[in-house]
Design a protein around this ligand. Structure first.
Ligand SMILES: [Zn+2]
Ligand SMILES: [Zn+2]
Length: 124
């Protein structure tokens, strides 16, 4: 798969049996929907998609889904101010460099093993 931001081939990182596509050039991260559920499903059973609010009026340039090439929509995670790109065919979510890190900081669920692993890899 190629990076939706800079078009370079992405590498696959394996984290606790979850595969993550990572761009070594621009440091962006692609998570498909199943991976997102694993990472962000939390104890209160709120589904991941409910955590993202559509921001169709956002000015940032739209990217294309690396899977179906369709233009992605802008979504905001809860009310964090973090704007991400989401495939409207529900293939997954694109995080620019630093966005996943910021999002992990806002996620209060410290019992989530995936979040710990991601923090280890991408956090400071
Ligand atoms: Zn890239
Ligand atoms: Zn797609």
């Amino acid at each position: 798969m190629n990076c939706p931001a800079c078009k370079n081939p992405m590498i696959i990182l394996e984290l606790n049996q979850v595969e993550i596509d990572y761009c070594n050039s621009c440091k962006g991260i692609w998570l498909d929907s199943g991976e997102l559920e694993l990472i962000f499903s939390n104890s209160d059973q709120k589904s991941v998609s409910e955590s993202f609010i559509s921001k169709s009026d956002h000015q940032e340039v739209g990217r294309r889904c690396p899977n179906c090439k369709k233009k992605m929509e802008k979504v905001e995670f809860e009310n964090s101010g973090i704007i991400l790109d989401r495939c409207s065919n529900n293939h997954g979510l694109w995080f620019d460099n630093g966005e996943l890190k910021s999002l992990l900081k806002t996620s209060a669920d410290s019992n989530n093993k995936m979040i710990d692993l991601l923090k280890e890899m991408f956090g400071e």
